[in-house]
Design a protein around this ligand. Structure first.
Ligand code: ZN
Length: 313
């Protein structure tokens, strides 16, 4: 592991309903950039949207598999409860106003670990929140959308997992994924990945005995954590096996990163994804997300795949 290694969240992948509605909400209402429009590599009849900052930097990427007729999920223990974005501290008022104006379901501002948090839901009921973080106004932000750069989201603040106990998952976060336990507030245990500002926090909400969830629209499918490169990813996979008896999948090439997957002890599907090569590998940063990108193995089926996907305006 090198000194330059940045740990933390790489991306969050969730399940959505109709593609157009999903696209409109994340680009127009939340002002994220669509950095990649591709298909689900395991099911090329379905889109895979990636939303993020200008370049789709690790720690800013929220991705969706939109299914037109998906059944709604039901939150339960062993799942991701909330996905939280960072905004400048002074932007909270702008966002609460915007949610009212755009009819976005949201709660009144509350406090979590000393910061102001506003919880809201996307059109599929996915649980989202934004937290006002002091001192991040000057961080770069995507300003190509409807949200002025001064108020724009600046990647993930954290994810919150709803688990029976924190300790078994905490052991994986601390021993393998580069996090340390840094605090506790009520039923929430907080883990932080060193100095990583973007996507550097995992909160575990200890729920004890609670109903298990059911995956569906609005559910997070998996959380991916960062590895700098293949060597680090391999080292993390080996540690999972040797210290925790957990086997990962074989490495899969996701075109924009390379990944292994495993089910963590609390029940959430985790992925380890490499920072390299990133989203500019098959189109320039200036035009990210404009055209449908397919992995080389599907290029010869492009016309058939395009015909099977829902039309987008
Ligand atoms: Zn993933």
């Amino acid at each position: 592991m090198t000194a330059s290694t940045r740990h933390g969240i790489h991306h969050v992948t969730a399940i959505a309903g109709p593609a157009q509605r999903n696209l409109d909400f994340y680009t127009r209402i939340l002002g994220l950039r669509l950095v990649k429009k591709t298909v689900n590599f395991d099911d090329p009849g379905t889109y895979h949207f990636y939303f993020g900052d200008e370049a789709g930097s690790p720690g800013t990427i929220l991705t969706f598999f939109p299914w037109e007729y998906v059944a709604a999920g039901r939150l339960g223990v062993g799942e991701t409860q909330e996905t939280v974005f960072r905004v400048p501290e002074g932007a909270i008022g702008y966002w609460t106003h915007r949610f009212i104006e755009k009819g976005v379901a949201h709660d009144s501002p509350a406090r979590r670990f000393g910061e102001t948090i506003v919880s809201f839901r996307d059109p599929d009921g996915m649980r989202l929140a934004l937290i006002g973080v002091p001192g991040i106004e000057s961080e770069p932000a995507w300003s190509g959308g409807d949200v002025p750069a001064q108020f724009a989201m600046r990647g993930f603040h954290s994810v919150k997992l709803l688990l029976k106990d924190a300790a078994p998952t905490g052991a994986i976060l601390t021993d393998v994924l580069g996090f340390s336990e840094v605090g506790r507030e009520g039923q929430i245990v907080r883990y932080k990945a060193g100095a990583t500002g973007i996507g550097g926090i995992v909160d575990i909400h200890e729920a004890g005995a609670f109903l298990p969830g059911r995956m569906g629209g609005g559910s997070v499918h998996h959380i991916a954590f960062r590895a700098a490169d293949d060597a680090e990813e391999l080292a993390m996979a080996r540690k999972l096996a040797e210290n925790h008896g957990l086997q990962t999948t074989e490495q899969r090439d996701r075109n924009y990163f390379r990944s292994v997957y495993f089910r963590e002890p609390g029940g959430v599907l985790f992925e380890i994804a490499t920072d390299a090569p990133g989203f500019a590998i098959d189109e320039p940063v200036t035009s990210l997300g404009r055209s449908l990108k397919l992995p080389p193995a599907y290029e010869n089926r492009r016309r058939e795949i395009e015909r099977g996907l829902p039309e987008l305006a």
